[in-house]
Design a binder for this molecule. Structure first.
Ligand code: NDP
Length: 339
């Protein structure tokens, strides 16, 4: 039998936490043959609710779930974990300045970085045998990931990523709805940059599988105006639209995207398909190294690599630079909060 993988979920008593833990326990994240042990972390005020989540996980009698630790102690939570899904974070409340939220969250990520660094499984640090993924979801996701990387120097930068797969999936969904095709027939959209409203959803390389072969989205959608304006803003503003409709932020789609992110990273992307992930920039596409920026990536054997050589037109270049500029500003704001 395969040995269990320990999966850390922080902020596990929250909305996304509640949606993601049953997915992980059912094998949606790591496959139907991989047993898991869940390490659930939340803060003291959420301890009772967290225990309720643990009770429900027991009651669900998931065959793949080999154990649940529910704790408010970051050290106990991080102990020996193979995969870390960082959902916990301070939400932006009415009247709060961007800087206030940033300050709270970067301090949380700084503290959790040291718990992870000291106590996560050896393979989380050296990237063997699995690339031991760390995925940051809590906002500002890119910058929190950057802080985590800075304060956990023994975890390789290749292991620390942030979630833009939800934005990627939203883009696939919009194309599928607009062309009335199956979402599984659409591929290779790209989310460039920040997981914020400056992100750039790019369809210039996206294709659709049709009965007469693979066709570029640009060829199938005759309405350039829609692709260059409304499509982009719809994807950028989708989070706000969900809040307006549900009076709560997206949770099931965020949880599902997080499972997609880790699954593709660990098990590999299908041949000819790329996905979007927030990763540490190596300078590809002229994006300043040292930012966590969303790029198109393919994954193989637990390692991601940025898709190279895509043609970037002037329209895209400007949008990619705008979102990079926002990340540079966020980075300096984050550092000023820590100093
Ligand atoms: P959610 O589970 O809805 O969201 C968690 C985080 O994910 C938020 O920071 C949210 O950012 C972010 N996020 C990123 N992408 C998305 C997306 N596409 N859609 C929705 N959210 C997204 O929040 P809850 O408040 O329900 O739960 C948070 C949990 O974290 C609570 O249980 C709380 O106790 C815990 N917590 C932990 C802390 C710690 O570890 N020290 C500190 C504070 C809270 P945004 O707010 O911008 O939507």
């Amino acid at each position: 039998a395969r040995s269990s993988l320990k999966v850390l979920v922080t902020g596990a008593a929250g909305q996304i936490g509640y949606a993601i833990v049953p997915m992980i326990a059912r094998g949606v994240m790591l496959g139907p043959d991989q047993p898991v042990i869940l390490h659930l972390l939340d803060i003291e005020p959420a301890a009772e609710a967290l225990n309720g989540v643990k009770m429900e996980l027991i009651d669900a009698a998931f065959p793949l779930l080999k154990g649940v630790i529910a704790t408010t102690d970051p050290i106990e939570a991080c102990m020996g974990v193979n995969i870390a899904v960082m959902v916990g974070g301070f939400p932006r409340k009415e009247g709060m300045e961007r800087k206030d939220v940033m300050s709270k969250n970067v301090s949380i990520y700084k503290a959790q970085a040291s718990a992870l660094e000291k106590h996560a499984a050896e393979d989380c640090k050296v990237g063997k045998p699995l690339n031991s993924p760390v995925l940051v979801i809590a906002n500002p996701a890119n910058t929190n990931a950057l802080i985590l990387k800075e304060f956990a120097p023994s975890i390789p930068e290749k292991n620390i990523t942030c979630l833009t797969r939800l934005d990627h999936n939203r883009a696939l969904g919009q194309i599928s709805e607009s062309l009335d095709v199956q979402v599984s027939d659409v591929k290779n959209v790209i989310i460039w940059g920040n997981h914020s409203s400056t992100q750039y959803p790019d369809v210039n390389h996206a294709t659709v599988q049709t009965s007469s072969g693979e066709k570029p989205v640009r060829e199938l959608v005759s309405d350039d105006k829609w692709l260059n304006a409304e499509f982009i803003t719809t994807v950028q503003q989708r989070g706000a639209a969900i809040i307006k409709a549900r009076k709560l932020s997206s949770a099931l789609s965020a949880a599902s995207a997080a499972c997609d992110h880790i699954r593709d990273w660990v098990l590999g992307t299908p041949e000819g398909t790329w996905v979007s992930m927030g990763v540490y920039s190596d300078g590809s596409y002229g994006i300043q190294p040292g930012l966590v920026y969303s790029f198109p990536v393919t994954c193989k054997k637990g390692k991601w690599s940025i898709v190279q050589g895509l043609k970037i037109d002037e329209f895209s270049r400007a949008k990619m630079d705008t979102t990079a500029k926002e990340l540079v500003e966020e980075k300096s704001l984050a550092y000023s909060c820590l100093n």
